[in-house]
Design a protein around this ligand. Structure first.
Ligand code: FAD
Length: 464
C-alpha cells in the first residue's frame, strides 16, 4: 500500500470518528482520520465536556450558597464568569490534546483538513498545504451535526446565541430566554439560572424534557420552577425583534400572542447533520432530510461506505456515536459486529436536578402493547440522599408484567447520570425483576433507590 492508501479512512474526529479510528488501528488496520476543526469533535470541544465543566461551576456555586444547610459558613459568595469559561475551555483543550496523544500511540494517521468523497474508495482532503487524495478500502463518514437554525431565530452571536456562543459568553445574561427544553436547552437554562439570570424556557411540546417519562419531566419542572425558572409549555416563539441590547420575543400559545423582552436568547431547537459538500449524492449515499440513511450495521448501501454518530441520525449522543464507531471498525476488521440496541442507550441531562433514563417510558411501553408493572421510589426515602442534602428526586422503573423484563428506567435527582448505568447493564443482560430484586445493593448509597423502585413495582418496597 502507498502512503496514501489505507484500510480505513475516517472523516471526522468526534467521538464517533476518533473511536472508530483507534479501534480499527488496535485491530491492525491502517487508518487515516481527517478532521477540519478540532480533534474530539463537538463532544469534547463544544458539547458534552465543556458544558459539564460549566455546570460543575454552577453546582459548586449552588452548594456554596447552601453552606448553612451543612453547618458551614461562606461569605461573599460570587463568581467570575470569565474564569468559569476559562476553566471550561481549559478542560476542552486538555481533552482535545488527549486525542492527539491517543492517535499517536495507536499509529492513526491524523490529517487536519476538509474531506470530501471523490468516487469509489477515494477521499479528497483540502489542507493548508493543498489538496491530496487518499484511497480507503473502507470509509466512515462521521461528520457530526450542528445547531438547527429556524428562520427568524438564527443565532447572531450578540443577542441570540446557539450552543457555541452560549459556551463562551462575553457577558452574563440578565433576562434570558431559552428556546427549546431538550437536553441542550435545559442544561444552559440550568447553568445561567443557577448563576442568577432571570430565565424563561419556552417549549413547543406540552412539557419540558419532552422525550422523558411524564412523571420525570413533571418532577423536574417543579424543581426548575422552585429555582425561579419560568417554564412556558405549548408555546412557540414566532419572531424575535432585535435592537440595541434587547430582543422582543413574540410568544404564541393557545390563548394568542404576547411579547416579552429579553437581553439574551439561547436557541436550542435541535441539530442538523453535516451532510453538505461531502459528495454523498454523487456516490449514491442516501440522505433523508439532514441525515445519512444506514442499516443497523451503519452501512450506507454503497459498498465500503459507512456512516456513524450524529450524521447518521438519532439518538444524538456521544456514546451512541462511539459504540457505532467500534462496531464498524470491528466489522471491517472481519470480527462479529454487535448492532446497537436503541432501547439500551441511556440519555443523560446534567441540569439541576439531573435526569437520566434508558428504555421505554411508561407511556411508550403501553403504546407498544405491554401490560406494565411500575415502581417508584422518592429520594426522601433514602438515607444517603438525605445525608447528602439531596432529598429531592425520583426513581421510576417499568417492567413487562408478563415476563418481568425491565423495559425502562427513569430517574431525576442528584447523581442519577452516574447511577443509570446500573440499569443499562441490566437491560444489556436482559435482566428481569427477579435478578434485580435478588441483587444486593451497598448501603448507604443512592443506588439503593434503584433497588427499592424495582421492589415497589412488585409491592415489596421497604422504605416507603
Ligand atoms: C452543547 C451540547 C452538549 C452536549 N452534551 C452531550 C452529553 O452530555 N452527552 C452526550 O452523549 N452527548 C452530548 N451532546 C451531543 C454530542 O456532542 C454528539 O452526539 C457527539 O459529538 C456526536 O459525535 P460525532 O462523532 O457523530 O460528531 P461530532 O462530535 O460532531 O464530530 C464530527 C467531526 O467531524 C468534523 N467534520 C465535519 N465535516 C467534515 C469534513 N468534511 N471533513 C473533515 N472533518 C469534518 C467536524 O469538524 C467534527 O469535529 C452535546 C451536544 C451539544 C451541542
Amino acid at each position: 500500500m502507498s502512503d496514501k492508501s489505507f484500510d480505513l479512512v475516517v472523516i471526522g474526529a468526534g467521538p464517533g470518528g476518533y473511536v472508530a479510528a483507534i479501534r480499527a488501528a488496535q485491530l491492525g488496520l491502517s487508518v487515516a482520520c481527517i478532521e477540519r476543526e478540532n480533534l474530539g469533535g463537538i463532544c469534547l470541544n463544544w458539547g458534552c465536556i465543556p458544558t459539564k465543566a460549566l455546570l460543575r461551576s454552577a453546582e459548586v456555586f449552588h452548594q456554596m450558597e447552601r453552606a448553612k444547610d451543612y453547618g458551614l459558613s461562606a461569605e461573599k459568595i460570587g463568581f467570575d464568569l470569565d474564569a468559569i469559561v476559562k476553566r471550561s475551555r481549559g478542560v476542552a483543550k486538555q481533552m482535545n490534546a488527549g486525542i492527539k496523544g491517543l492517535f499517536k500511540k495507536n499509529k492513526v494517521t491524523s490529517i487536519m483538513g476538509e474531506a470530501k468523497l471523490a468516487g469509489s474508495g477515494k477521499v479528497i482532503v483540502k489542507t493548508d498545504a493543498g489538496e491530496e487524495t487518499l484511497v480507503g478500502k473502507n470509509i466512515i463518514v462521521a461528520t457530526g451535526a450542528r445547531a438547527r437554525e429556524l428562520p427568524g431565530l438564527e443565532a447572531d452571536g450578540d443577542l441570540v446565541w446557539a450552543y457555541r456562543q452560549a459556551l463562551v459568553p462575553t457577558r452574563m445574561p440578565k433576562k434570558l430566554l431559552v428556546i427549546g427544553s431538550g437536553a441542550i436547552g435545559i442544561e444552559f437554562a440550568s447553568f445561567y439560572n443557577t448563576l442568577g439570570a432571570d430565565t424563561t424556557v419556552v417549549e413547543v411540546m406540552d412539557r419540558v424534557l419532552p422525550v422523558e417519562d411524564k412523571d420525570i419531566s413533571t418532577f423536574a419542572k417543579k424543581q426548575f420552577v422552585k429555582q425561579g425558572m419560568k417554564i412556558l409549555e405549548k408555546t412557540t416563539v414566532k419572531k424575535l425583534d432585535r435592537s440595541a441590547g434587547k430582543v422582543v420575543a413574540h410568544l404564541e400559545d393557545a390563548k394568542g400572542t404576547t411579547t416579552q423582552e429579553f437581553d439574551t436568547v439561547i436557541s436550542a431547537v435541535g441539530i442538523v447533520g453535516n451532510v453538505e459538500g461531502l459528495g454523498l449524492e454523487e456516490l449514491g449515499v442516501k440522505v433523508d432530510r439532514t441525515h445519512i440513511v444506514t442499516d443497523e450495521y451503519c452501512r450506507t448501501g454503497v459498498e465500503g461506505v459507512f456512516a456513524i454518530g450524529d450524521v447518521a441520525g438519532a439518538p444524538w449522543l456521544a456514546h451512541k456515536a462511539s459504540h457505532e464507531g467500534v462496531m464498524v471498525a470491528e466489522l471491517v476488521a472481519g470480527l462479529k459486529a454487535h448492532p446497537i440496541k436503541p432501547n439500551s442507550i441511556a440519555g443523560c441531562t446534567y441540569c439541576h436536578p439531573q435526569v437520566a433514563s434508558v428504555g421505554l417510558t411508561e407511556a411508550k411501553a403501553k403504546e407498544a402493547g405491554y401490560k406494565v408493572k411500575v415502581g417508584k421510589f422518592p429520594f426522601i426515602g433514602n438515607g444517603k440522599a438525605v445525608a447528602m442534602g439531596e432529598a429531592e428526586g425520583l426513581v421510576k422503573t417499568v417492567f413487562d408484567e408478563a415476563t418481568g423484563e425491565l423495559l425502562g428506567a427513569h430517574m431525576v435527582g442528584a447523581e442519577v447520570t452516574e447511577m443509570i448505568q446500573g440499569y443499562v447493564i441490566g437491560r444489556q443482560l436482559e435482566t428481569t425483576e427477579e435478578d434485580l430484586m435478588q441483587t444486593v445493593f451497598p448501603h448507604p448509597t443512592m443506588s439503593e433507590m434503584m433497588h427499592e423502585s424495582v421492589l415497589d413495582a412488585y409491592g415489596r418496597a421497604i422504605h416507603i
